[in-house]
Ligand binder design. Sequence first.
Ligand code: 8IG
Length: 279
Amino acid sequence: MTDTAAAHDLSDPAVDPFSVAEAAAAVIRERTGVERHDVALVLGSGWGQAGDLVGETLATIENTDVPGFAKAAVEGHSGTMRSVAIGDTGRRALVYGTRTHFYEGRGVRSVVHGVRTAAAAGCSAIVLTNGCGGLRPEWAPGSPVLISDHINLTAATPIEGANFVDLTDLYSPRLRALAQEVDPTLDEGVYVQFRGPQYETPAEVRMARVLGGDLVGMSTTLEAVAARQAGLEILGISLVTNAAAGISATPLSHEEVLDAGRAAADRCGRLLADVVGLI
Ligand code: 8IG
């Protein structure tokens, strides 16, 4: 490892993750030629093409060129980040084509590095998207659902030290209202993050239901907590790509997830573009 790579190694407890985020933001400024980005967007499973309608891509950066970032681990995800013009507002979106998941075992600091980098790059809001399992039978695969709150079952946290971060209204009521103006048919639900990468057993899905969950997935909650600590306004949107285990009779597959994403790409893309334009 080179000296600079070692200085940016998020797995080294002696390295300050916020200084790595500053270094990453500096590379983004240099490569995009702009001093700041305004809104960050994380594209989860099924959302890959949805970023394209936000506006013109003005720069594309390989994740591996940016301190603290790694290449995509999930099929269907893109290992690049893009600087995208938000319509003709003069504002810029920083669009991440993938995320690091907790189940990859690279540590929570890696999971939330994109969020911290977005804050360091000047963003004031972040849109966290994901693909997930739905607990309500009326949510057919391909339904986008706003996240109203979450339950973090990972037993992990991105917060280090005695920082008692408040999580009231974590998912911004203002941004949820904006999204519902764009699409009044959007439902809301509580997102439950499991550790993964296996999908749940039907019994675990029933447990999530009893706990007050509506959606089950493997991402987002740790990022949302880090985003709150960083002072970002947060919008969470899940794409129900499959009925959660035991909710429907058919077994789950990642193919089904990719198919649902492709089928919903248009609706999700327009939703995302319209909402980002209004943030
Ligand atoms: I896409 O049914 C997708 N991600 N935990 N459960 C969990 N994660 C998911 C699911 C699901 N579908």
